[in-house]
Design a protein around this ligand. Sequence first.
Ligand code: PMP
Ligand code: GLN
Length: 385
Amino acid sequence: MPTFQNHISSKLPDASTSIFAVMSKLAHEEKAINLSQGYPDFPTSSELINLVSEAMKNGFNQYAPMPGIYSLREVISEKIASMYGAVYHPETEITVTAGATQAIFTIITALVKENDEVIIFAPAYDCYQPAIELNGGKVIEIELKSPDFKIDWNKVKNSISDRTKMIIINTPHNPTGTVMSKDDMMVLESLIKDTNVIVLSDEVYEHLIYDGLQHQSIARFPGLAERSFLVASFGKTFHNTGWKMGYCAGPAALMTEFRKVHQYNVFSVNHPVQKALAIYLKNKDNYLVLPDFFQKKRDLFLDAIKDSKFSFEPSAGTYFQLLRYDKISDENDVQLAKRWTKEHKIASIPISVFYGNKLDHKALRFCFAKSDETLLKGAEVLNSL
Ligand code: PMP
Ligand code: GLN
């Protein structure tokens, strides 16, 4: 095909294919155990599949209402109220989205203007930066350092200025598996009290938290909730990342701006799946079992590699475990992840790609949302390295 390349001025000149796409493709080609991209290798609930299929048979196959069906927004509102004590009105404060990714892109597009600054914490989930830059915003990256990846609030304080439009937080945190404490949230609350800063709180792993820790949602802190968007993903919660369903909650004034963009971005999202989720989400057990379910998987995996040469702190949340490999190799993490996929048939995610300066902590991220059999096979390979 004749190329038009010389005529294109890229809006994202530095963007390359997402590491998740790269590593999953390589794992597939190499027939490697895929502990890279974050998705379960076990099925989603058959009850939920039946509910979707019923909704399709019952004719819910046309556009859903723009903000999502009311019955689903109502259960989401009840869920947030019962877990975090904040009331978001289903009519004006909750919108159902095509996964968390669309919610994040829509929030940033709705609020960030040319030259606005947005503070993110690196390693940062990969969709934040391009969305900020496409909207003319400037990324202010604050580094989290190995091994504890704690937020340095002094750095945050010094980074906030009149140009700061937004701060993006993510707890439990992908890729490090750390969680923000109540103190962290209270410091954030006090730092932005007298500013116009908006918070985007990426809480897609809200139900994946271990060792009795409590998820510190933005919704628990009134001083934060009044100026924040809470973003969640059904794909992570109900083991069906391929359905791309999520939601966004926020005070009415912010949600009004969100919907101005949402209606021209997707207009509305998958109708039969919304019908099914509105029923399935009513049963709290469907998500309250998750900490126990995934903690068992984390422990099985970590117990199986306890005599390996890797070093690690058990993941406090998410379904990811970081493993430091400095006693095995001094190779760069991207090269090593690719080489091990090819030579040892185990795929992981290098975390340097989530830093603007590609900071290499000699650590790889492994996903433990896998069958016990897959985890044990993966552990066998890791023990041999
Ligand atoms: N944020 C984080 C931190 C993630 O790990 C992911 C991947 N699930 C997303 C957002 C995007 O979620 P979704 O697949 O629902 O778009
Ligand atoms: N959130 C998933 C992960 O961190 C990947 C989602 C994607 O592939 N974009 O692995």
